[in-house]
Design a protein around this ligand. Structure first.
Ligand SMILES: O=P(O)(O)OC[C@H]1O[C@H](O)[C@H](O)[C@@H](O)[C@@H]1O
Length: 514
């Protein structure tokens, strides 16, 4: 192999306009790897090109490319679609202006989960400043204590808090619960919830109907042709993030510029294809290595969480497109450097070799001047030193990494970063022949949760003043004793009328109504 410097120059892809560079030189693929993958790469380019040109046969295919139209509506295959996107964005902007002009609001409470929260959370944190027009808060779970924590922080400003409920399906239980909890808090405070509420959801969804019936301030559409995990540039992200005061047009422009770059069919010139190929190389096209995402920048700490959903929900599939059992996927985790160097990088360097790292370098340290923390050295110099040092130490230890460098964390760059991975996921899915745009596995968990709730209700109904064990109740109800036992414990912890008498073992514990 040639020297590392030569390899770096050979496998560094730069784009002067975007200020981006992708360095794949520290992935140890041999010279034959890229030529070997070329036919597959060309197949992926061709299928993406067909889809983008509008050769769309079904809703799944539309979801593979719909998100690209959001940042470049002129590329939408039908003029009505282009007009729909432009009108929606204009109505969001007008609404945001009205909100500002009203002077009524100081805060925004976003209620959503998964693709309806992770994108807004990442962007809000990456780009937020003390000068934000409105401050964002999130309910992204059905955890009562978490909800209370957020409500307490908003306690005296509830009247000035705009609630944005986001759900594509309009029926996600966590989001529905969050909305009901918020509604109850507003009612308790004597505030008209509807006059403080906005919905972002699919037309005619349950949420849409509620918002319409109750006369909420505004409703914005979430189209079926945009997948939840690629929706941050639709109303899902635009409504809360524009309210926050971020330059969302610049974010859209950054994404559009990246999309343009990632449309090239020249493998070595296409950063998204290079990423997809490196994922394939690292995990042998089977996801055998985890993707550790390490941005050396606090503002990008939520990026790995965002990517976790994008990559794992898109690629984690049981069947391939031919119906063959493949159990694909790539595990994603990470937080930020250099912080993580003091947590788990020890294992990355010396332990089980089941990962590859993606370093994200931000060249500009800070807006102002830096002090010297040692003669001639700043905190930012340390940050860069730790990134480069860790990259070198990992490589010496036989561990692969790739490095993405961006100039600074601006709306434009964040848009570009999001778009880069949108495309890389799409390409990888084609390389391994799976559908990245559905999530059949999530349904299984939802169905199982519904069964648990049904059991809980039945168990509650069967409690009496007589002490009973879980097995006794389970037998009477023809339910699984372990499920009954957990339901009983939950009731005992949360319902003051339910008493638990410890018998020393789960089978001997008894429960009764006090
Ligand atoms: O936007 P919603 O319909 O509420 O869905 C929110 C999330 O929940 C689902 O379980 C899916 O797995 C996610 O892809 C989705 O983003």
């Amino acid at each position: 192999m040639s020297s590392l410097w030569d390899r770096y120059q050979k496998y560094l892809l730069r784009n002067e306009k975007l200020g981006f560079s992708i360095d794949i030189s520290r992935m140890r693929f041999g010279d034959d790897f890229l030529p070997k993958m070329e036919p597959l790469a060309q197949k992926a380019f061709a299928s993406m090109k067909d889809l983008e040109a509008g050769a769309i046969a079904n809703p799944d295919e539309k979801r593979m490319v719909g998100h690209y139209w959001l940042r470049a509506p002129q590329l939408a295959p039908q003029p009505e679609l282009k007009a729909e996107i432009e009108n929606c964005n204009k109505s969001i902007r007008d609404f945001v202006q009205q909100v500002y002009a009203s002077g009524r609001f100081t805060d925004v409470l976003v209620i959503g989960i998964g693709g309806s929260a992770l994108g807004p959370q990442f962007v809000a944190d990456a780009l937020g400043t003390d000068d934000d027009k409105l401050r964002l808060h999130f309910f992204d779970n059905t955890d009562p204590d978490g909800i209370d924590r957020t409500l307490t922080s908003l306690q005296h400003r509830l009247e000035h808090t705009l609630v944005v409920v986001i759900s594509k399906s309009g029926g996600t239980p966590e989001t529905r619960n969050g909305m009901l909890e918020a509604q109850a808090a507003y009612k308790k405070a004597g505030i008209n919830f509807a006059k403080n509420a906005v919905a972002v959801t699919g037309a005619d969804s349950t949420l849409d109907k509620v918002a319409l019936k109750e006369g909420w301030l505004a409703r914005f559409p979430m189209w079926d042709w945009v997948g939840g995990r690629t929706s941050v540039m639709s109303a899902v992200g635009l409504v809360p993030l524009w309210l926050q005061g971020l330059d969302m047009q610049s974010l859209l422009d950054g994404a559009a510029a990246m999309d343009e770059w990632t449309r090239t069919s020249e493998t070595l010139q296409n950063p998204a294809m290079l990423l997809a190929l490196m994922w394939h190389y690292a995990g042998n096209g089977r996801g055998a290595k985890d993707m550790v995402v390490l941005p050396y920048k606090d503002r990008l700490a939520l990026y790995s969480k965002y990517l976790q959903q994008l990559v794992m929900e898109s690629l984690g599939k049981a069947l391939d497109l031919d119906g063959k059992e493949v159990h694909q996927g790539i595990a994603v985790y990470g937080n930020k450097g250099s912080t993580d160097q003091h947590a788990y990088v020890q294992q990355l360097r010396d332990g089980v070799h089941n990962f590859f790292v993606t370093f994200i370098e931000v060249r500009k340290d800070r807006a102002g001047q830096s002090i010297e923390v040692e003669p001639g050295v700043t905190s930012g110099d340390f940050l860069q030193g730790f990134l480069r040092g860790t990259r070198a130490a990992l490589y010496e230890g036989g561990r692969d990494s790739l490095t993405i460098s961006i100039p600074e964390v601006t709306p434009f760059q964040v848009g570009a970063l999001i778009a880069l991975y949108d495309r890389a996921v799409g390409f990888y899915a084609t390389l391994v022949n799976i559908n990245a745009y559905h999530q059949p596995g999530v349904e299984a968990g939802k169905k199982a949760a519904a069964t648990v709730l049904k059991t809980l209700t039945r168990v509650r109904g069967s409690l009496s003043a007589t002490a009973q064990t879980a097995s006794q109740i389970a037998t009477a109800l023809s339910e699984d004793p372990e499920a009954v036992f957990h339901a009983l414990n939950h009731l005992a912890a949360n319902d003051s009328r339910v008493r638990k008498q410890s018998g020393g073992a789960p089978g001997s514990d008894t429960f009764l109504l006090a």
